[in-house]
Write a protein that binds this ligand. Structure first.
Ligand code: EPZ
Length: 438
């Protein structure tokens, strides 16, 4: 398994370009299952999860062409298998996004129940409850979820989420596009990625209204057609690089981002001393402010609040801020795996239930640390960039799932970081060769 070796202490300076949002690309790729016509997606991030979703689509019979690295042309004209197998779902929970489109178009679906993961149990009960309300028969069989629509197809329904779920909202929105009648989703997720998916669905001929608000209305239609769509920039990668500029006391120009999707991230980071200038609609300028970093409490909540996917990166930053920061994680029940690794680098952090208290500033010393999940890995990279000495981060396949060539982007702005390839994991570049020949 690949590792990163980082020698800290170098302020980052220069320009980074943000890639497409993984969490928009994944549902948009799944949406291709809803039609027999071609769906062409541009600005896909070149990350492992996209490769996994492509494999899932091909395994069920879709054809995926990659005319260029970040463009996929997907044809689901000949889907033979209405199933997402365990070996794919266990590596990527977002495979469950095949469930809604498969049952909507084919009336049946078999999707392996995703196991828990490092950050929590992450059940899909809300997805299944919504499909049941739309008339689907849902039952478990040997670890798989089997969902069957009535003979005459799914019916529109009023669905109220007791808990906000991003992929739950996305799955049901996709299922509702081909249901008979109107579906109303209450307490819907409002993330920009939900809105981006709705824009693609409407380009395909769906009738989705209210995406981005707590109430989404979908009028079912007979069928959907092909479309082209460009994926929105990744707001979490954007936030991660803003933190990278601040934690290294450097200065970064961040291109091809969407500051509008980062309002609470920008607002909170400004509160703790990060200087962020919105240069234009797709460019930010970030650096540590002249008064340095100071502690700030944080509570993660669904969009438009501060995102849970930025909590680990924020924690790394607060290790360098003056004072005590109380972080409260409200979305996932176990999203502090990075804290123990940061402690091994000298950070003073106390974790208790949903709270983590960071006592800063504290010098970080390079160490051998282990990545546990995607965003925890990012926080370890950020800590390594500011730590004295050398940090080795193991199991960086976690970070490859959601950050496109992060070491290349960091090296280009002055970081002393290198990837140490271990022969076991097929390097991403081989997937690039595969993509190039598709
Ligand atoms: C999406 O995951 C993102 N993934 C996650 O990003 C992100 O952290 C999360 O939303 C929250 O913003 C993708 O979009 C592919 P949820 P998702 O359903 O949809 C509970 C990253 O780092 N819940 O919004 O799986 C659940 O356990 C990843 O890029 C149920 O109880 O998250 C969690 O506590 C990590 N039952 C909360 O709701 C359900 O049926 C929010 O989960 C569904 C969810």
């Amino acid at each position: 398994m690949d590792k990163f070796r980082i020698r800290g202490g170098k302020p980052l300076k220069g320009r980074v370009t943000i890639s497409g949002a993984k969490n928009s690309a994944l549902p948009c790729m799944a949406a291709a299952i809803l039609t027999s016509e071609d769906i062409t997606l541009h600005n896909l991030p070149y990350v492992r999860d996209i490769i996994t979703m492509r494999r899932l689509l091909e395994d069920i019979g879709a054809h995926v062409l990659t005319p260029e690295l970040r463009t996929h042309k997907i044809s689901a004209a000949h889907i033979e298998l209405q199933a997402a197998p365990y070996d794919l779902v266990k590596t990527m929970r977002a495979s469950v996004l095949a469930l809604g489109p498969l049952i909507a178009r084919f009336g049946k679906a078999r999707v392996s129940l995703p196991g828990g993961c490092a950050i929590g149990a992450r059940p899909i009960d809300l997805h299944l409850a919504g499909l049941t309300k739309m008339g689907a028969e849902v039952f478990l069989e040997a670890g798989d979820v089997i969902a069957r629509a009535p003979e005459d197809g799914l019916k529109g329904a009023e669905i109220s989420f007791e808990k906000i779920s991003v992929t739950g909202t996305e799955n049901l929105m996709m299922a509702a596009t081909l249901a008979h009648g109107r579906t109303v989703i209450n307490n819907a997720a409002r993330e920009p990625e939900v809105k981006d998916l709705a824009e693609l669905l409407n380009k395909m001929g769906a009738r989705v209204r209210g995406a981005g608000t707590p109430t989404i209305q979908i009028e079912g239609v007979e069928g959907l057609s092909g479309a082209q769509h460009t994926i929105i920039p990744d707001r979490i990668e954007t936030g991660t690089f803003i933190v990278a500029a601040a934690i290294t006391n450097g200065e970064l120009e961040i291109k091809d981002c969407n500051p509008e999707h980062c309002n609470r991230i920008i607002g909170k980071l400004r509160e703790v001393g990060v200087e962020i200038e919105e240069v234009n609609q797709s460019t930010l300028h970030a650096r540590r402010g002249p008064r340095g970093l100071h502690a700030g409490d944080l509570r993660t909540e669904p969009y438009p609040a501060f995102p849970t996917d930025m909590q680990a990166q924020y924690m790394a930053l607060m290790t360098q801020a003056t004072g005590h920061s109380v972080i409260t994680e409200t979305v996932f029940e176990n999203r502090y795996m990075h804290a123990s690794e940061l402690q091994r680098m000298g950070a003073r952090i106390q974790v208790s239930h949903d709270k983590a208290i960071v006592d800063g500033p504290g010098k970080l010393i390079g160490a051998r640390v282990q990545a546990s999940d995607l965003r925890a890995s990012a926080s370890l990279v950020l800590a390594g960039l500011v730590a004295d000495g050398e940090t080795t981060i193991e199991r960086v396949y976690h970070i490859d799932r959601g950050y496109e060539k992060i070491e290349t982007k960091l090296k280009a702005v002055g970081a002393d970081i290198e990837r140490i390839r271990e022969s076991v994991t097929a390097p991403l570049s081989s997937a690039r060769d595969d993509a190039a020949t598709a």
